[in-house]
Design a protein around this ligand. Structure first.
Ligand code: GH3
Ligand code: MG
Ligand code: MG
Ligand code: MG
Length: 311
């Protein structure tokens, strides 16, 4: 559920109602091996994924390797003090949002204030009770998840929003360029949607959008990605799918959407169709080009009479 690194796999799994520990990844940075072992054992027993680092240097390496949901940082470490990490974390957009709890032997007020001013979200002094630390971690993860929801979800439909999609696509494209795994991008646009609004009113239009998002989530795989691209357009990324496979998936989906009653108005059943444009990844394609190719295919599907997909 990492808001920070825009790491899709992390954000992806935070989808809805996970408990604090599930799928959350903590990084414990402390030069005290016994304390690390204790925290590792206790947090793992609570269901957290936990990594450890014994120095500032090792911590920075870990941070580039995995996306963390929360960091617990010891201040007094050798050779470099934990303070060194504040600058590193807070100056990088990938890391600056990761909740940071300082664990310190200092009871000193100046020290506490300094840490909070530098960007620590909480300060716990040693010796501490694990229960309290766990409660603070849980609270912080919940709040981060709430922020994440507001920032990256579409309020009407609950699927990811355009902002999240832009970040997702950037990271995903990098990954695909490395692995050359096939992946197909789909732009989907509801047909004659303006007519729904004009005939039945905006609230019914909203219901249709919600119904559409619901059908998308229900009929695509967990590993597929759905976002509201804007208005009555959605964008889908079918990971691992060739254009041919994607076409089969989308046609199946279109069949389901056609049959689904999106809303009832008096004795009328409201159904819709959509048009889809498909573009498989090709080496060398940029983000903008990829989207533009899907958009061209969408236009072709509309031109060909709507209620179909083109690729
Ligand atoms: P086409 O088949 O060519 O796509 O026709 P269309 O009517 O779907 O396309 P058009 O772009 O003309 O209309 C899109 C409409 O979607 C216009 C806009 O008012 C409506 N719309 C966009 N966002 C929302 C929303 O959040 N709620 C509702 N109810 N309507 C919306
Ligand atoms: Mg120490
Ligand atoms: Mg449109
Ligand atoms: Mg439309």
């Amino acid at each position: 559920m990492n808001v920070t690194g825009f790491t899709p796999t992390q954000l992806h799994k935070s989808a809805s109602t996970l408990s604090d520990s599930q799928e959350s990844r903590l990084l414990i940075i402390d030069d005290d091996a016994d304390l690390r072992a204790l925290l590792l054992r206790k947090f793992r027993a609570e269901g957290f994924h936990v990594d450890e680092a014994s120095s500032v240097h090792m911590a920075t390496e870990r941070l580039y390797e995995a996306a963390y949901d929360l960091i617990i940082l010891d201040l007094m470490m050798v050779p470099e003090s934990g303070y060194v990490l504040f600058d590193f974390l807070k100056s990088d957009p990938k890391f600056k949002w990761i909740p940071l709890i300082v664990l310190s032997g200092h009871q000193d007020l100046d020290e506490k204030v300094k840490c909070l001013e530098l960007g620590a979200d909480d300060y716990v002094t040693k010796p501490f009770q694990f229960r309290e630390l766990k409660a603070r971690v849980g609270r912080m993860l919940t709040r981060a998840r709430e922020y994440e929801h507001i920032a990256f979800r579409d309020a009407l439909t609950g699927v990811y929003n355009r902002r999240y999609f832009d970040n997702y696509l950037a990271v995903e494209l990098q990954k695909i360029q490395r692995t050359h795994a096939s992946s197909t991008l789909v732009l989907l646009d509801i047909d004659r949607f303006k007519g729904v609004n004009d005939t039945y009113g905006h609230p019914i239009g909203d219901l249709v959008l919600q119904g559409m998002a619901h059908l998308l989530k229900e009929n695509l795989r967990q590993s597929d990605f759905v976002a509201r691209f804007g208005g009555e357009e959605f964008v889908i990324m079918l990971g691992g799918a060739s254009e041919r496979e994607a076409m089969r998936v989308m046609n199946e989906l279109l069949g389901k959407v056609r049959e689904h009653v999106m809303a009832h108005v008096e004795d009328q059943q409201i159904r819709i169709t959509f048009s889809g444009g498909l573009a498989a990844w090709e080496p060398g394609v940029s983000r903008a080009e990829w989207i533009s190719r899907a958009d061209q295919m969408l236009y072709a599907a509309k031109q060909a009479g709507r209620n179909q997909c083109a690729g």
